[in-house]
Design a protein around this ligand. Structure first.
Ligand code: PLP
Length: 398
């Protein structure tokens, strides 16, 4: 492909060259099993330790012993959720949100079939959580509250610290799991200040390879392992560690911490520029999140009365990658469960596009997308069967 403008960084990110460089020796020369006793295994063992410290720092956890490595964000979530529930088998009530990623949501649906009672907390039209509903749902049988840190489709950030305070006053025995996959590398994370018990992340969302993740487990939280076998990860995750990928994720965490200021100023500036220009130049565009607090790299815009998939195909012809929902749901024409929970009008829900930037996104890329999009939307708008409604909207925006 001649031109590639990658604005789908919430689906996955490119692996940073510096991460690849850090990983290479562990494929080529330092390939020993990190648990082995001989001298040759020392560099692999050391590298694993160093990576754990770097991931500890990304979470701002008190101790690296609170970190275990996993294969992905989905495994981190499954391990946290099942691990907590298995330790408290007499408690059968769970609270989560309507807008979680399928990695979490589908697990809760499976647990409901096994007899758990799950409350799904709703959001308002900006995508913000109904904290009153959450607070009133907590009872003495609540084993777990599970809320994502940032939403993958909208970028909306949830008030984790406030939620942890609510849990502690309502039922201090309830455990709190946070899916932090879309927060890592985008906003500072401080598990101690947030007061969470468990938080999962995934390497491929912050420029490490796909297939590696981590789970923070507060030292006061005891869970059962999902994968039983060898003694790795303090008996919590059996299987020889994927040293090169873990080393890569450690490096990516270090780079992500260093990059946070840039993310929150420059990446945000480019996102805001893209968003403002689209909203200014396209009469049937609406910002789906309104004034909600969001991660700096994400915007979700609805184009009324046209199909998002058609916009994506036209963007793709120009080498521009975006998404019409989360990566896992695109491919199906079911409207996004997140936008539905927000009550995005049906006229816009099918035409909603997520643009997600990264530290590698350039100003000229944003300018190119800004310049190309109005013509695409114009063409599709002219083909839309909703001409009367579009005319009314055009007049309203004049
Ligand atoms: N949670 C959120 C919020 C996500 O965005 C994703 C991936 O898109 C996941 C969990 C799953 O992560 P992984 O693909 O590493 O399993």
């Amino acid at each position: 492909m001649e031109k590639l403008i990658y604005l789908d960084n919430n689906a996955t990110t490119c692996v940073d060259e510096k991460v690849i460089e850090e990983m290479l020796p562990f494929f080529k020369t330092e390939y020993a099993n990190p648990s082995s006793m001989y001298e040759f295994a020392k560099p692999a063992g050391r590298a694993l330790k160093e990576a754990r410290v770097k991931i500890r720092d990304l979470f701002n956890a008190a101790n690296e012993k609170e970190i275990i490595f996993t294969s992905c964000g989905s495994e981190s979530a499954n391990q946290a959720i099942r691990g907590v529930l298995n330790m408290n088998k007499n408690k059968r009530h769970i609270i989560t949100t309507k807008v979680e990623h399928p990695a979490v949501l589908n697990l809760y649906q499976a647990l409901e079939k096994q007899g758990y009672s799950v409350d799904y907390i709703g959001v308002n039209s900006n995508g913000e959580l109904d904290l009153e509903q959450l607070a009133s749902s907590i009872n003495s049988d609540t084993a777990l509250v599970s809320v994502m840190y940032a939403n993958n489709e909208t970028g909306v950030i949830y008030p984790i610290e406030k939620i942890s305070e609510i849990i502690k006053t309502k039922n201090p025995n309830t455990k709190f799991f946070v899916d932090g996959v879309q927060a890592a590398g985008k906003i500072p994370i401080d598990v101690q200040q947030l007061g969470v018990d468990l938080m999962g992340i995934s390497g491929h969302k912050f420029h490490a390879p796909k297939g590696v993740g981590a789970l923070y487990i507060n030292s006061k939280t005891v869970i059962t392992p999902l994968i039983i076998g060898g003694h790795q990860e303090r008996g919590l995750r059996a299987g020889t560690e994927n040293v090169p990928f873990i080393v890569g994720m450690g490096k990516a965490a270090e780079l992500a911490i260093d990059n946070l200021k840039y993310e929150m100023t420059e990446v945000k500036r480019l996102r805001d520029k893209l968003e403002a220009n689209i909203l200014k130049n396209v009469f049937n565009a609406r910002l789906n999140t309104g004034v909600a607090n969001r991660v700096p790299n994400t915007t979700n815009i609805g184009f009324e009365y046209i199909e998002g998939e058609l916009i994506l195909l036209h963007l793709s012809d120009l080498g521009i990658c975006a998404s019409s929902g989360s990566a896992c749901t695109s491919g199906s024409l079911e409207p996004s469960h997140v936008l539905r929970a927000m009550g995005v009008p049906f006229t816009a829900i099918h035409g909603s596009i997520r643009f997600s930037l990264s530290k590698f996104t350039t100003e000229s890329e944003i300018d190119y997308v800004t310049a190309s999009l109005p013509a695409i939307v114009d063409k599709l708008t002219n083909l839309s069967p909703f001409q009367t409604e579009l005319e009314a909207l055009r007049n309203l925006k004049k």
